[in-house]
Design a protein around this ligand. Structure first.
Ligand code: ATP
Ligand code: MG
Length: 507
């Protein structure tokens, strides 16, 4: 163990009654890409936060090149060459790339430093074959570009160890294909990379070794090829992984619930008046799932915003159950939809509130939960306990802040709230993002069951396999247009090509 560059020894950590980590040991050689797998709440992020100095372990120690080191803070970790890209990014959107990076290393920001940082950023980007403009404001970058900035930030401290916590959860498949060689080139340069993901295929493609955590215990550590995918899943879940049976809708769909006719929307002239939504025709019936495939950034977010009323449309009509929504107030309009949004922390959850309060955000006004404007505490608690149990939300109690939940469990809480109470129309973007394989199968089954009960579901999903397995009809979104397909009578490859802008007749 002593010639390994990085060694974690007997690490334990409890949060109240939750034993997040129990006696974890792991040795990682320089230049190794170490994958970490485990279901939601298994302890992956906690272990990395300990390595990065954000959390102090209850027991155990960390060695770098044989020396015991005390990771008292992220600053100490950075000084030792350890960098971390978090599951949820930590950049200031109003500042430029250079300013963000200077802030991160805590330097004062004179002219000399600006030049120095700009050069460092450009040099690091070039090494990874990335185009990064140091003067761009971070808020103008898309998620994939922001992640590159985060990676460069993590390498500024000297780059001996790079921790990537679910980096691919926010990326499009193309961006994943670009990230993987970049990570490999870092490893070839001798940097130790720790890579967390729920996608087995990515881990087996990229990682030299894998470690599997289950409920805070290390249940496997070894070379990547040693276990089959099925065996890894089995270790992660502690059971045989159940293949999910979804099936298409057995009953024929009912009346049209949501209808968009010739909807157009443009971005303001300041950005060049680009069409965001270009003549969209779409209908979703009760009891069907309409899937929208597409590379992110082709108008999917605008489509949801237009339906909810937060993005004004230039022309066209949006109808819900035969009623024109144009004249309805935004808040009343949005309330009629269940929505699993793209950005769970920004739009779906209120991070300063407890798990229970977050679970009640849709229903707290119902008479069973409030009387004379006061909340009925027992009813709240019973409702929260029921949802936590049925969605298997792992938490230390109903009153914990939602922020104390692991990323995947936050997502489960959001979905539990939105799918509860038989909502008639559901809008979902990437509902399984950040979920482990068990939770993913569960959520897909829940969506299928909700459809069987007559819900109209609009599903926008960047995971084409999941989208095709669940949808009754599939459309492709490209450059603001919605193109119909003859799914399932059409090849998956044709849909893939349509996503890249190739028209079906030419495909
Ligand atoms: N600050 C905290 N306070 C209380 N409990 C916490 C805190 N941070 C983590 N936990 C708990 O520790 C456990 C492990 O969480 P962790 O975030 O490490 O999981 P994870 O493996 O990263 O999961 P995911 O795949 O969902 O991101 C969870 O049960 C979580 O609720
Ligand atoms: Mg995590």
């Amino acid at each position: 163990m002593s010639n390994s560059m990085l060694t974690l020894e007997y690490i334990s950590k409890a949060f109240g009654p939750v034993q997040a980590l129990n006696n974890i040991s792991l040795a990682i050689a320089p230049g190794c890409v170490q994958g970490i797998l485990g279901e939601n709440g298994a302890g992956k992020t906690t272990l990395m936060n300990i390595l990065f100095g954000l959390i102090r372990p209850d027991r155990g120690q960390i060695r770098l090149n044989g020396q015991v080191v005390a990771m008292r803070s992220p600053r100490v970790a950075q000084k030792m060459g350890i960098g971390m890209v978090h599951q949820h990014f930590k950049l200031a959107p109003a500042l430029s790339v250079t300013e963000n990076l200077a802030l991160a290393v805590g330097r004062n920001f004179g002219l000399l430093h600006r030049t120095f940082f700009r050069q460092r950023i450009t040099a690091l980007a070039r090494r990874l074959h990335w185009e990064v403009d140091p003067e761009t404001v971070v808020g103008d970058l898309n998620v994939g570009q922001q992640q590159r900035v985060e990676i460069i930030k993590a390498l500024l401290g000297g780059g001996k160890v790079l921790i990537l916590d679910e980096p691919t959860a926010v990326l499009t498949p193309q961006e994943v294909d670009e990230l993987i060689p970049a990570v490999r080139s870092l490893a070839e340069a001798g940097i130790t990379v720790i890579f967390i993901s729920h996608k087995l295929s990515e881990v087996t493609r990229l990682c030299d070794r894998i470690a599997v955590l289950r409920r805070g215990e290390m249940v496997f550590a070894g070379p990547t090829g040693e276990l089959s995918a099925e065996e890894i899943a089995q270790r992660m879940l502690g059971t045989q992984s159940a293949a999910s049976t979804l099936g298409v809708s057995s009953t024929s769909p009912g009346p049209v619930r949501l209808q968009l006719s010739r909807v157009c929307c443009t971005v303001p002239a300041a950005h060049g008046a680009k069409p965001l939504l270009d003549n969209i025709d779409l209908s979703v019936r009760a009891g069907e799932i309409v899937g929208i495939a597409g590379v992110e950034g082709n108008g999917q977010t605008a489509l949801i915003d237009a339906i909810l009323g937060s993005l004004p449309i230039r022309s066209g009509v949006i109808m819900l159950n035969g009623r024109d929504l144009r004249h309805e107030a935004h808040f009343r309009r949005a309330r009629q939809f269940a929505c699993i949004p793209e950005d769970r922390q920004g739009q779906g959850l209120v991070l300063s509130l407890s798990l229970t309060a977050n679970l009640m955000l849709r229903s707290y006004r119902n008479p069973e939960f409030s009387r004379f404007g006061l909340r009925r505490v027992k009813a709240w608690r019973a409702q929260a306990v029921g949802l936590i149990r049925s969605f298997d939300i792992r938490c230390a109690g109903v009153d914990v802040p939602i922020q104390a939940l692991s990323g995947g469990n936050q997502q489960k809480a959001l979905i539990a709230r939105e799918l509860h109470g038989h909502p008639p129309v559901i809008l979902a973007i990437n509902p399984t993002r950040g979920l482990d394989i068990g939770a993913t199968a569960f959520v897909l089954q829940q969506l299928a069951a909700t459809r069987r009960r007559g819900a109209a579901i609009l599903l926008i999903h960047s995971d084409l396999d999941e989208l095709l397995s669940l949808s009754d009809r599939v459309m492709v979104m490209y450059a603001g247009q919605l193109l119909p397909t003859h799914w399932p009578a059409v090849d998956r490859a044709v849909i893939g090509r349509m996503m890249m802008g190739v028209k079906p007749q030419a495909a």
